[in-house]
Design a protein around this ligand. Structure first.
Ligand code: NDP
Length: 292
């Protein structure tokens, strides 16, 4: 039996909040909802959820409150007028934001007598409630342990990174720093393929294989970077620069916008200009470490 009661409040009903509330309903939880746009609760209410008329009542309904908002500023907009209702609640903020915003948000909740956990969900709405998904959490370990069963309704796995409220946000943002540019790189390849009459579906198996192979590169480079080893034994930056020039020109020859590959090419160029053309292209980490 879970140690926490099987009831929860979900504040924020974008695609993520709706999927989370639906997952709780699937598992038999009593679910209370609040959203700025109340109509977004309609389908969930039809399934048995309760739409609280005010945010105070939503907070009052349950100790465990899931926040799924665009960012932390939305939390203040929603909860500032209801801040007296925060005391005694555990607010699990699954909204994306910076580590500093997460720390500040957690301090605000704590000063008002609530408990705050920061979370970073690593899956899209259709995978919410499924077992092979995970969420980073940080904040008080005691609160995480108490609510772990309920939190693992949202994603089957969870990973408590530590007491620092910023850590879950940081780990999430590191993932996003990889995810978004990777997807733009994919759209870029789709646009170039399309310019040659080749569909997204046709290249899909090769793209999947390419992404699957990235793990090999991460494993190869991690220990070398940590050891400060940028030996260009297999991957000289000068080769990378020449290769990226080919990518840029393949796009521009096809009449496709080349701004994204040009930006990548420019990182290679800066490494070469810094005198590291014969080193591994992992030397780019040294370049990027320096601000400005
Ligand atoms: P949306 O931005 O679509 O939903 C945001 C929710 O926040 C809505 O309920 C919206 O209310 C509310 N909101 C935003 N601004 C305000 C405001 N100023 N005042 C009151 N309410 C506000 O996000 P998602 O549901 O897609 O995602 C939620 C969080 O999860 C985001 O931080 C996102 O980065 C993160 N995330 C999303 C993933 C995804 O694939 N969608 C994957 C992993 C994490 P209203 O309905 O009234 O507009």
């Amino acid at each position: 039996m879970p140690s926490a009661p099987q009831s929860v409040t979900v504040v924020g009903l974008g695609p993520m909040g709706q999927a989370m509330a639906a997952a709780y309903l699937d598992r038999g939880y009593d679910v209370t909802l609040w959203n700025r746009t109340p109509s977004r609760a309609d389908a969930l209410v039809a399934r048995g959820a309760t739409l609280a008329p005010t945010v105070e009542q939503a907070l009052g309904a349950n100790e465990l409150v899931i926040l799924s908002l665009t960012d932390f500023d939305a939390m203040y907009t929603i909860l500032e007028p209801a801040k007296d209702a925060i005391a005694g609640r555990t607010l699990v903020n699954l909204s994306s934001d910076t580590p500093e915003k997460a720390r500040a948000g957690a301090r605000w909740v704590t000063e008002l007598g609530g408990v705050h956990l920061t979370g970073g969900v690593l899956c899209p709405p259709p995978l919410i409630g499924t077992p092979d998904t995970s969420t980073f959490y940080s904040g008080p370990r005691e609160a995480y342990d108490k609510h772990r069963d309920a939190l693992e309704v949202i994603t089957g796995k969870s990973d408590h990174r530590g007491e620092d409220q910023g850590l879950a946000a940081l780990m999430y943002q590191l993932n996003m720093a990889i995810f978004w540019p990777s997807m733009i790189a994919y759209w870029q390849a789709v646009a170039v393929a399309d310019a040659h009459g080749i569909s997204a579906s046709e290249i899909a198996p090769y793209v999947v294989e390419n992404f699957a192979g990235m793990g090999h590169f991460v494993d190869f480079y991690a220990s070398r970077i940590d050891a400060g080893n940028h030996a260009g034994d297999v991957d000289r930056t000068a080769m990378g620069l020449a290769s990226m020039e080919h990518v840029v020109h393949t796009a521009s020859d096809a009449g496709v916008d080349a701004a994204f590959p040009e930006a990548v090419r420019d990182v290679f160029r800066r490494v070469v200009d810094a005198g590291h053309g014969a080193d591994s292209f992992s030397w780019a980490v040294e370049l990027l470490r320096k601000k400005g």
